[in-house]
Design a binder for this molecule. Structure first.
Ligand SMILES: Nc1nc2c(ncn2[C@@H]2O[C@H](COP(=O)(O)OP(=O)(O)OP(=O)(O)O)[C@@H](O)[C@H]2O)c(=O)[nH]1
Ligand SMILES: [Mg+2]
Length: 397
């Protein structure tokens, strides 16, 4: 923990505003939740959120996403407050991006390239770096015209066709070549990793999965006594780490991997599929939930959906509700003085969370609360699986 800082806070922070469209039927707390998460992403990327704009719409405008009236309002704010970038909560189409950029004349990001940017800043291994670069190029490809318009504007804005088209074509070809190069490199890395996995002993494999920032790496560090980078930022972990762990006399493999998030860019999921092989091939999943987060139920659904995409939804899964120390009950505001807003371990065990999610455990990885029960359940599960798989192996237990 506490490795080197990824972002240098000494440089001037970029001033950002957020823009979200409120869909019909969306509850105010949902809108707040989406934009809070976007703000956390901007913060993680090193930016400073100055203001948030929302616009109620049946569906986003095809040309300008928020409609021209709202765009004028945003433009006035951008100019008067010297804003450096405008961040949209949804993926913008290439033409929306072009129109908005032309109007606002500052950097425009959408959720996808914000996430890509964070990933790019965090990638450590050759595999992660290649995966992120590939995703970035795939994101860029349909948006190439935008870059060219940009150059045209600097030159005076005439002659949008002629040389522009030729330039786009050659850029395009270059990017396509780079994409196929990166794909080739990834294939090679995948093959090496596959061989590595095959060479491992026939141990039971357990994978930590969950939404980003729920405490997966903290749990990994705690039970494997390793030093995986954990911090209160999104996507602290990008690469998969595998450790051999021994509980009592029982060895098994535990992996920690990239966290999931709602609206994860499609390209990114594709490019990170191989990083998630460890999840796909795991015998047991530990689905970690941050119970102190107001929308942890939504987060559980997002994780389950992502697991489904990966073909890993039907695996043997233990639900671990983490951060019980920071849990505040939704009725906390109505409590009288002296009454506790959190739950005791017994109350957690009797709650709907336990009843709906068997087997479920309630822990605090940070305060090392209830870890014995966690280890015991894991131990029992692994032993059961081991007996089933190697009925004649008497070396263990
Ligand atoms: N209060 C509290 N905080 C915790 C607990 N467990 C982890 N945290 C904090 O939550 C933050 C995120 O923890 P990580 O272990 O990095 O989470 P992660 O799931 O690996 O996150 P990503 O790799 O970014 O997806 C850190 O600041 C931890 O110190 C806990 O039990 N209680
Ligand atoms: Mg992590």
């Amino acid at each position: 923990m506490g490795k080197e800082k990824t972002y240098d806070t000494a440089v001037k922070q970029e001033r950002a505003i957020l823009v979200g469209v409120v869909r019909p039927g969306e509850k105010p707390e949902e809108t707040k939740e989406y934009l809070d998460e976007l703000a956390f992403l901007v913060d993680t990327a090193g930016g400073l959120v100055e203001h948030t704009f929302t616009q109620k719409m049946l569906k986003p405008d095809r040309g300008t996403f928020v409609g021209t009236g709202k765009l004028d309002e945003i433009k006035a704010y951008v100019k008067s407050e010297e804003i450096d970038m405008v961040v949209f909560d949804d993926e913008l189409s290439p033409s929306q991006l072009r129109n908005i950029e032309r109007e606002l004349e500052v950097k425009i990001l959408d959720r996808s390239n914000l996430i890509l940017d964070i990933f790019a800043g965090r990638a450590q291994t050759a595999q992660a770096k290649t995966q992120v670069e590939l995703a970035q190029l795939q994101y860029l490809l349909p948006r190439l015209t935008r870059l060219w318009t940009h150059l045209e504007r600097q030159k005076g804005g005439i002659g949008m066709r002629g040389p522009g088209e030729t330039q786009i074509e050659s850029d395009r070809r270059m990017i396509l070549e780079k994409i196929s190069l990166l794909k080739g490199r990834l294939k090679l890395i995948d093959k090496q990793n596959e061989t590595q996995r095959k060479n491992r002993a026939a141990l039971i494999r357990v994978a930590l999965v969950g939404y980003t920032n729920v405490g997966k790496s903290t749990i990994m560090n705690m039970i494997s006594k390793s030093e995986v980078f954990a911090e209160n930022k999104l996507f602290a972990t990008l690469d998969t780490t595998v450790r051999k762990v021994v509980i009592e006399n029982l060895p098994f493999l535990l992996s920690d991997t990239v966290g999931f998030i709602r609206k994860l860019p499609h390209h990114l999921v594709e490019c990170f599929k191989s990083t998630l092989d460890e999840v796909r091939e795991a015998d047991i999943l530990i689905h970690v939930v941050d119970v102190s987060h107001t929308s942890f139920e939504d987060q559980i659904n997002v994780v389950n959906e992502t697991l489904k995409d990966l073909g890993a939804r039907d695996k043997d899964t233990i639900m671990v509700f983490n951060k019980i120390d920071a849990y505040i009950s939704p009725e906390a505001e109505e409590l009288n003085e002296g009454e506790k807003a959190t739950l005791t371990l017994d109350e957690f065990k009797k709650s709907w969370m336990a009843q709906h999610n068997a087997p479920a455990l309630f822990i605090s990885a940070l305060h090392k609360e209830n870890l014995e029960e966690f280890k015991q359940l894991l131990y029992d599960k692994i032993v059961a699986l081991h007996v089933e798989r190697y009925p004649y192996d008497k070396l263990l237990y």
